[in-house]
Design a protein around this ligand. Structure first.
Ligand SMILES: [Fe+2]
Length: 234
């Protein structure tokens, strides 16, 4: 693995997709733990206003907060560590590991940036792990606009409309995506089954740990701490 080339690619495009990064065995173990946690009919955590306005229906789980040691194996994976260091530099910080579960029939996620892009030096990255295939017949594809991490705030407009230059990603089981928090991205509706991905969020040294509290959508800025719209965009 050429870490320098991969890091350069990430910084050029605002995202990076690597297939066959993790072993099938680890993916199966994580899948078992995730299925055991969620059971068959998890309830939504967010307020109705958020679900309606942000077009997001994701049920999060923070397994490491509950002492689920299996999820530490990703943090300790040598190439995962090395690639994170190549991209973020020394002393980067992991914010948390969050499993994201979306039920069949949910809308995915509207276009957004994970944090305020006003200061290019302040950002998070998502390190997304796919424990099962993202497939066209299920939906839930990740859509990005390559290089948009360099273009500032996502334009005001249709929260779910297509954006010029968008690229649909279908990561397979064992794939890793690195995604810059300023990159314009969304998740397509989930129509053929449940969808799971796991996000190991990280930030460079010195970044405020609440950096992702305010998320920028095409129609608003939303504060996750207080579950409130803090700015209308129109
Ligand atoms: Fe996001």
């Amino acid at each position: 693995m050429d870490l320098k080339a991969l890091s350069d690619q990430f910084w050029r495009d605002g995202y990076l997709l690597i297939e066959d990064f993790f072993s099938m065995q680890l993916m199966d173990q994580m899948t078992n733990a995730i299925n055991e946690h969620y059971g068959v009919d998890p309830e939504f955590w967010h307020t109705n206003e958020f679900l309606d306005r942000a077009k997001t229906e994701v049920i999060p789980w923070f397994p490491q907060n509950e002492g689920c040691l299996l999820f530490n194996e990703v943090d300790q994976h040598p190439y995962f560590k090395a690639l994170s260091k190549a991209v973020l530099g020394e002393d980067s910080q992991t914010l948390y590991c969050m499993v994201m579960f979306s039920k069949q029939g949910t809308v995915g996620q509207a276009w957004h940036q994970d944090c305020d892009p006003d200061d290019p030096k302040r950002f998070n990255i998502n390190r997304l792990i796919y424990t099962s295939d993202i497939r066209q017949d299920i939906g839930g594809e990740v859509v990005v606009v390559p290089r948009s991490h360099l273009r500032g705030e996502i334009p005001i407009g249709d929260p779910e409309g297509e954006l010029p230059g968008q690229l649909v990603l279908r990561p397979k089981k064992g794939s890793l995506i690195f995604l810059h928090g300023h990159t314009w991205h969304r998740v397509l509706p989930i129509h053929g089954g449940n969808r799971i991905s796991t996000n190991y969020r990280a930030v460079p040294k010195g970044t405020p740990l609440d950096i992702t509290d305010i998320c920028v959508y095409r129609n608003m800025r939303y504060h996750f701490g207080s579950n409130k719209v803090v700015e209308e965009r129109q």
